[in-house]
Design a protein around this ligand. Structure first.
Ligand SMILES: Cc1ncc(COP(=O)(O)O)c(C=O)c1O
Length: 392
């Protein structure tokens, strides 16, 4: 949606009008869909909240202890832009082992979000086109525009799988980047080795840079596969700590990829984020001690939540089987748009997010099962009741 900038730089009395300062790139981002859900959430008493994009468990104690120790020990200053060596070196070893890459660049980030932004700022010129699957994570649509690039969502309905022929059809001489997100937000789909191979073949054929957002890799209820080993020369792999360790507020992630690109991202980090938060980096060192932090019980629990959500809604909703993350993306039953459906759900005290927030289509809704088992049971009952009202 394009919103016109405020007309007058000053009001009639000649005083300064802050609204007139807002740049077009900010005005063009329409966050009203998701904001509306959060505004409504604030008004509801004890809502059945299935809209949250972060785990419902807390940061494991050993990580917290390590952060507290670091803060007490004075690790509160800027770190090197690229991250502390104690963290970068093991990350690099890990990346080499998992990808077979020989000598990747590594940059520690203020969250995966920073990596998406820096990768785009470092590689995209105005007019360059960026392909990703629709439905998509919201940043993929808005961040390219900030550098004058063009987001090109490729329809993945109704199965949300990667259809190579649709990607091929969207490629033009201006296509520069292909973003993959596996497991996916908002659909929960994880790409198979065959899909990744098809994407890698396309990337090689058309000389595309692949941005592989793997923030949900730990929440994969089958073996997680990455495209990175297939593309040693042309992939930026993004990993995050936010979701795996429930550290969303600690702002930590990393990028690994070809050195010339990571070097440019590092330079841009120096003049934007400066560095990732120092206590978070030191706290992450705890993860290098094998066995100190084991998330497997949480992940198993989330697998059971996924199973419960799918089984609980399958009779009344068309719902894909999510392979990972903590989202499902069911179709709205009946003839309502997702926005209309979500308004009705909110009236029944259930918070979910309309598909239009993540998509050019408004036919599905995202629900997050990063919630207590009790909330999930209440949510299933309320959504089924709503579906019955709408269809019967
Ligand atoms: C697909 C995806 N990528 C990246 C992020 C950003 O994560 P963070 O910046 O906390 O690492 C999110 C957060 O919701 C996400 O869903």
């Amino acid at each position: 949606m394009v919103i016109s900038p405020a007309s007058a730089p000053a009001d009639t009395a000649g005083s300064f009008n802050p609204a007139s300062c807002i740049a077009q790139r900010a005005l063009e981002i329409d966050a009203s869909g998701i904001r509306k859900v959060f505004d409504l959430a604030a008004k509801l008493k004890d809502p059945i909240n299935l809209s949250i994009g972060q785990p419902d468990f807390d940061v494991p104690d050993p990580i917290k202890e390590r952060a507290i120790e670091a803060i007490r020990a004075g690790k509160n200053r800027y770190t090197p832009t690229q991250g502390i060596a104690e963290l970068i070196d093991p990350i690099r070893r890990d990346v080499c082992q998992s990808t077979d890459w020989r000598d990747p660049g590594v940059l520690v980030l203020s969250g995966t979000s920073a990596g998406i932004m820096l990768a785009m700022f470092a590689t995209l010129n105005p007019g360059d086109e960026v392909i990703f699957l629709d439905p998509y994570f919201v940043m993929y649509k808005h961040l390219p525009r900030m550098v004058g690039a063009v987001p090109v969502p490729v329809n993945s309905y109704p199965d949300f799988r990667l259809h190579p022929e649709r990607i091929e059809a969207a490629i033009t001489p201006r296509t520069k980047m292909l973003i993959l997100c596996s497991p996916n937000n908002p659909t929960g789909i994880a790409l198979t080795p065959a899909e990744l191979q098809a994407a890698a073949d396309i990337a090689k054929k058309h000389h595309l840079l692949v941005l592989s957002d793997e923030i949900y890799d730990a929440f994969c209820y089958q073996k997680h596969h990455s495209i990175a080993p297939l593309l040693p020369e042309q992939c930026i792999m993004l990993k995050g700590y936010s979701k795996t360790y429930a550290m969303t507020g600690w702002r930590l992630g990393y990028a690994a990829g070809p050195k010339p690109i990571i070097e440019q991202m590092t330079k841009l980090q120096q003049y934007t984020f400066v560095c990732a938060p120092s206590p978070s980096q030191y706290a992450a060192l705890e993860l290098l001690h094998q066995g100190s932090v084991d998330m497997s019980a949480h992940i198993d629990h989330y697998r059971r939540k996924r199973d419960r959500i799918v089984a609980g809604l399958a009779d009344r909703f068309v719902i894909n089987h999510p392979d990972g993350a903590f989202y499902a993306f069911p179709k709205v039953p009946g003839n309502l748009t997702a926005t209309e459906f979500v308004n009705r759900a909110v009236a029944d005290n259930v918070l979910v997010i309309p598909g239009s927030v993540f998509s050019n289509y408004d036919t599905h809704f995202r629900l997050s099962y990063a919630a207590s088992d009790q909330t999930i049971e209440r949510g299933i009952a309320a959504l089924n009741k709503l579906a019955d009202k709408m269809t019967g």
